[in-house]
Design a protein around this ligand. Structure first.
Ligand SMILES: O=C(O)Cc1cc(O)ccc1O
Ligand SMILES: [Fe+2]
Length: 428
């Protein structure tokens, strides 16, 4: 079934019931003896069966053919920069930054992915990886599935239309979209080409952070997340399935599209979210708050308050702090920070951090405003000022990131220079 994408159900992590054909969703049970029309019932779990109820995520899928029906996987030889392992070299305590990557001709989303940073073995079920995609070809008879983690797409140029087993999600720059671990999908490029970031979360699924004293409302509000309604395609033709499994790409071929889920219910599903809906909170007195106030999503680790990963944004906002150095301060952080820029300029970097670029400040690396930003901010007249036309993000993790071989060879050669030549303080 095709048609225009665009019907969504509001809410985050809700229990949804949706059917693309009337009468296909069983009533009052998950696995009837004979599902309607000969459909196959399948449970897809996102958490262990026995996870506490408030964390438990799973959906029931009703499909034309069982997912179990497939030939063996063999190694996939395409996607030369996707999921490449890191070197075993010691991890240097250096700050790194990258310019946007060039497009490669004829690459779809899978072949157009470059893995830049990884910080755990996928088999640990913890950690995150940061990939950059640059694609200019639709995935026509090919689907992708990531067994290593949830994928959070952060488009920077051009829309992605994600045709998933659980429905269609269109995501544009300024929005983000999640595809849960194990959900098969293919990506179309409605604008002909697309680039952006694909953040892979190997740990606990992203959730909304607690709000503490902020109260019951604020930051990313649950009602602004959108889950697609059921959609399927009935196509009996060869389809290649590429699977990322324990850091390696594998392929198999089916004689049908696996995007054949006619109905589903549950609380494990793709979603999208428009970052413009983020209710940004900032100081109205003094000092630059910790960036945790900008947390959109968090993936907790086993240590309370120490995230496996936080997805944090730096959105347009008013800056009104009095007697304050307003941009990000100098700091050395026990957490590791990977940053991307979706649009505009970032207030700590006057130069060299471009939309589509990437920076890495690992555990305890000294960083903060570059010399030019520091100069400007120390001299600025502190009037109310609106930071506009900007959107950066940070994927902050308790696990230090390792650049891939490609990333270590393609980093800017002179990033440290942006912190050279600060004048020495002069004591009386
Ligand atoms: O390093 C960065 O630019 C990210 C960042 C932003 C901020 O406002 C405070 C701390 C921080 O690490
Ligand atoms: Fe930082």
């Amino acid at each position: 079934m095709s048609g225009s994408a665009g019907t969504y159900i509001p809410g985050f992590g809700n229990h949804v019931s949706t059917e693309a054909v009337a009468g296909t969703l069983p009533v009052g049970r998950n696995s009837p003896q004979r599902p309607a029309f000969g459909l196959y019932a399948e449970q897809l779990s996102g958490t262990a069966f026995t996870a506490p109820r408030h964390e438990n995520r799973r959906s029931w899928l009703y499909r034309l053919r069982p997912s179990a029906e497939h030939p063996p996987f063999t190694k996939y030889e395409g996607a030369p920069q996707f999921a490449r392992a890191t070197t075993s070299d010691p991890l240097a305590p250096n700050r790194l930054r990258w310019d946007p990557l060039p497009q490669r001709a004829g690459a779809d989303l899978v072949d157009g992915i470059t893995t830049m940073l990884v910080n755990r073995d996928p088999a640990d079920l913890e950690g995150v990886a940061l990939h950059i995609y640059a694609a200019n070809r639709n995935m026509e008879r090919r689907v992708f599935v990531n067994a290593d983690g949830e994928l959070l797409f952060v488009p920077q140029e051009g829309r992605l239309e994600l045709l998933t087993e659980l429905g269609r999600v269109v995501v544009a720059p300024g929005q983000i979209a999640s595809v849960p671990r194990g959900v098969r999908f293919r990506a179309l490029l409605p604008d002909g080409a697309a680039r952006g970031y694909a953040l892979e979360n190997q740990g606990a699924m992203f959730r909304l952070p607690d709000l503490g004293p902020i109260g019951a409302n604020g930051l990313a509000n649950p009602r602004d997340f959108e889950t697609p309604v059921a959609w399927f395609e009935d196509r009996d033709e060869p389809f290649e399935v590429i699977q990322k499994y324990m850091g390696v790409l594998w392929r198999t071929e089916l004689h049908h599209s696996p995007l054949d889920v006619v109905a589903w219910h549950g609380n494990l599903a793709p979603w999208r979210y428009d970052l413009a809906h983020f209710n940004t909170i900032n100081t109205v007195s003094f000092d630059h708050p910790d960036p945790s106030i900008f947390t959109v999503l968090t993936s907790p680790s086993d240590v309370p308050g120490r995230a496996n990963a936080d997805f944090v944004i730096f959105p347009p906002r008013w800056m009104v702090a009095e007697d304050t150095f307003r941009p990000p301060w100098f700091h050395r952080n026990i957490m590791s920070e990977a940053m991307g820029l979706i649009t505009g300029a970032y207030d700590a970097k006057a130069d060299g951090f471009q939309p589509g670029g990437l920076s890495l400040h690992n555990l305890l690396a000294g960083h903060g405003p570059d010399k030019a930003s520091w100069d400007a901010a120390t001299k600025a007249e502190l009037k109310p000022h609106r930071l506009s036309g900007t959107m950066a993000f940070m994927l902050e993790s308790c696990w230090p990131y390792r650049p891939t071989l490609f990333a270590s060879e393609s980093a800017q050669p002179d990033y440290d220079a942006c912190w050279a030549d600060f004048p020495k303080a002069q004591l009386p």
